[in-house]
Ligand binder design. Structure first.
Ligand code: NAP
Length: 256
């Protein structure tokens, strides 16, 4: 049961990177349930195909296009394929990311670079390719999925925190440069989200489990709001969806 109208995004097309798994799949499902036609993209075609099958079973039109967000040519092909199939692109969700929790002692040069390349450069590549091929002529909305790491030292997450803080900065610059063209760009920073590979990996690497977890639906709802007309004057914000944990210095458990 959604508080949003089922036809909120009727006629629109949304691209979700990393849309075959976890939070990205939930975002794709939620945008699709509200009328959008969906394109999901990540490296593994078989994972995308299975996710698209799930969405189609719910009556959602879904296209799966494999690409690595680190490769601009491949990203441009995703946008071309989207436009060839659906003739438009209204919404871009930069959700694809890598993560392996590790202390600074244990992150290699290549490991650090890989995360910055996927999370930050990947977000730039997909935003830029979407902008050039469609958004600068027609307007649209971009939501980048970041993390609430901006103001903290986050042990085991040096690479991710650096990349995601860059994503928030890129969000603000895209927002102000592209606002005159009718493009809104915001980011959503999920707190610890249950039933995700990211959280499972973090808990097994650190031996720490969190008292309170959000759900994938919590993140998808925030994204849906930001791409809706209800958020038409919201641009360049970083919306924490974390139950307050990102500003809680004493890390008190949150109940909801
Ligand atoms: P996930 O299931 O591991 O999703 C990551 C997705 O990105 C996968 O579908 C993966 O698919 C894709 N991907 C990875 N590398 C890629 C590449 N080079 N090119 C294209 N796609 C790539 O993770 P999740 O937990 O749902 O996280 C989703 C987002 O939320 C991420 O941006 C993450 O940083 C953020 N986040 C999550 C949490 C949490 O608690 N889970 C907290 C804060 C922020 P392939 O392997 O097929 O490429």
């Amino acid at each position: 049961m959604s508080i949003f109208n089922d036809n909120l995004l009727r006629g629109e097309v949304a691209l979700v990177t990393g849309g075959g798994t976890g939070i990205g799949k939930e975002i794709a499902r939620t945008l699709g349930r509200h009328g959008a036609r969906i394109v999901i993209s990540s490296r593994r075609q078989e994972v995308l195909d299975a996710a698209c099958e799930e969405l189609r079973a719910e009556g959602i039109e879904c296209l799966a296009v494999a690409a690595d967000v680190r490769e601009p040519d491949a990203v441009e092909r995703v946008i071309e394929t989207t436009l060839a199939r659906f003739k438009r692109l209204d919404i871009v969700i930069n959700n694809a990311a890598g993560n392996f929790p590790a202390s600074l002692d244990n992150i290699s040069y290549n490991g650090f670079k890989a995360i910055v390349d996927i999370d930050l450069l990947g977000t730039y590549n997909v935003s830029k390719a979407s902008y050039e091929a469609w958004l600068k002529q027609h307007g649209g909305r971009i939501v980048n999925i970041s993390a609430p790491f901006e103001h903290w030292g986050v042990a085991f997450q040096a690479h991710v925190a650096a990349a995601k803080t860059g994503v928030d900065s890129l969000t603000r610059t895209c927002a102000v440069e592209w606002a005159p063209l009718g493009i809104r760009v915001n980011s959503v920073a999920p707190g610890p989200i249950g039933d995700t590979e990211g959280m499972d990996r973090f808990e097994s690497a650190t031996g720490k489990s969190r008292a309170a977890l959000g759900s994938k639906q919590d993140i998808a709802n925030a994204v849906l709001f930001l791409v809706s007309d209800g958020a038409r004057f919201i641009n360049g914000v970083n919306l924490r969806v974390d139950g307050g944990s990102g500003i809680d210095m004493l890390k008190m458990p949150v109940s909801s």
